[in-house]
Write a new protein. Structure first.
Length: 387
């Protein structure tokens, strides 16, 4: 892989100078959806699929970008002194946003660079291809310009790029999981203060299977920002009586006792999901520590139902693929993962049933939806590396 990518880089940009190769993972969230911007807990892990980059510093201010995934667009050029967002510049707004974010924080990026990307994450699938390219770009810049910056800070800069530059009001989870990934561990992260612990994911005889509905979704033009503002409004209504900073501070009982403060039934449902999902995530980590895989599976199913009924971010494709998954022998749990409105679901399946699972769910999904889903039996991997 490395040799092919370097060869393509040299074909595009020439073979002079020091050429470096890097990788950053995608991520899947096992449970804890739409909690990260509500001050709750999440439980993601990095994947062995992700984004590769080949890069070399330049002596001028020019930036040159190329993606093998979007080769028809060719080499796209920019400049480190001209980093304004431009919707027409397509995918390069993510690496450009990261450069802007780092420069805005005072990091010295005093020359341009040439960079080639290749992603093995299906685009728009909800496995964080955008966060992967942001964190990867930051990791490349950290190395090329010898910057003193830790991985959590890199994650925060990636979130800033997405929030302030691209215009998607995402939480910290995606960038954090990618920046701090650890092989065979998931990250139990409290998004209110960024305290975290690694929890071993020892699924003896069980595989994590990601199911891509192949229904593309774009976060910026979805209802993602709308859900976030509904939760913020619900929080401000609860604050009239309660001394809290986030919905993640509430237990289920505290929510039920005070939900009358939220004047809209819709906002009550949104806030209920945020509170209950946070508690499900805490219980899921305990279940994993106690090797209670069946409880983890039940919590995943409850999570999907809440995302469907209270948060309303699933849709027919995600609901169908989860429903079909749960009919299969050997399925322990399944739920949508990511922002929703398309993209992926994640399931826990007994290893000896994975082939039948993929065949049956795939056939039933295609019969009901009209096009095929894609399936990936995945491994949990590390964060960014220089190859």
């Amino acid at each position: 892989m490395k040799e092919k990518l370097v060869s393509k880089f040299e074909e595009l940009y020439g073979n002079n100078g020091k050429i470096n190769t890097y990788f950053a993972p995608g991520r899947v969230n096992l449970i804890g959806e739409h909690t990260d911007y509500n001050g709750g807990h999440v439980f993601p892990c990095a994947l062995t699929m992700g984004t590769y980059a080949v890069a070399r510093k330049r002596e001028d201010n020019k930036l040159r970008f190329y993606s093998i995934n979007f080769e028809k667009l060719g080499v796209l050029e920019s400049n480190i002194d001209e980093l304004k967002y431009n919707k027409n510049e397509d995918w390069i707004n993510y690496p450009k946003g990261m450069i802007w974010s780092m420069k805005d924080e005072g990091y010295k990026i005093n020359t341009g660079f040439d960079i080639l990307f290749y992603g093995t994450i299906p685009n728009g699938a909800g496995l964080s291809s955008s966060a992967s390219i942001e964190v990867l770009t930051g990791f490349v810049i950290k190395d090329l310009f010898d910057l003193d910056i830790d991985m959590t800070k890199l994650a925060l800069l990636g979130q800033k790029a997405e929030n302030k530059y691209v215009g998607v009001n995402c939480g910290i989870m995606d960038q954090f999981a990618i920046a701090n990934g650890k092989k065979n561990y998931a990250i139990f992260l409290d998004t209110s203060d960024l305290k975290y612990e690694y929890a071993p994911v020892e699924l003896d005889g069980i595989k994590v299977v990601i199911m891509n509905t192949n229904k593309k979704r774009g976060l910026g033009d979805s209802k993602y920002n709308e859900r976030r503002s509904e939760c913020e409004e619900a929080l401000s209504e609860l604050k009239e009586k309660l001394k809290i900073n986030s919905l993640g501070e509430l237990t289920e009982q505290e929510f039920e006792e005070n939900k009358y403060l939220i004047k809209s039934e819709i906002r009550q449902k949104r806030a209920k999901h945020a509170v209950y999902e946070n508690q499900r995530t805490i219980k899921a980590v305990e279940a994993l520590k106690n090797n209670d895989i069946n409880l983890l599976g039940k919590l995943m199913i409850d999570s999907h139902n809440s995302l469907k009924d209270d948060y309303e971010v699933t849709g027919v494709e995600l609901d169908t693929i989860v429903e079909e998954s749960l009919k299969q022998e050997g399925t322990i749990g399944a739920r949508m993962t990511g922002a929703g409105f398309g993209g992926c679901a994640v399931s826990l399946v007994k290893a000896n049933k994975v082939d039948d699972f993929i065949k049956n769910v795939g056939e039933n999904y295609k019969n009901k939806i009209g096009y095929e889903a894609s399936f990936y039996a995945v491994e949990i991997g590390n964060g960014p590396i220089k190859i």
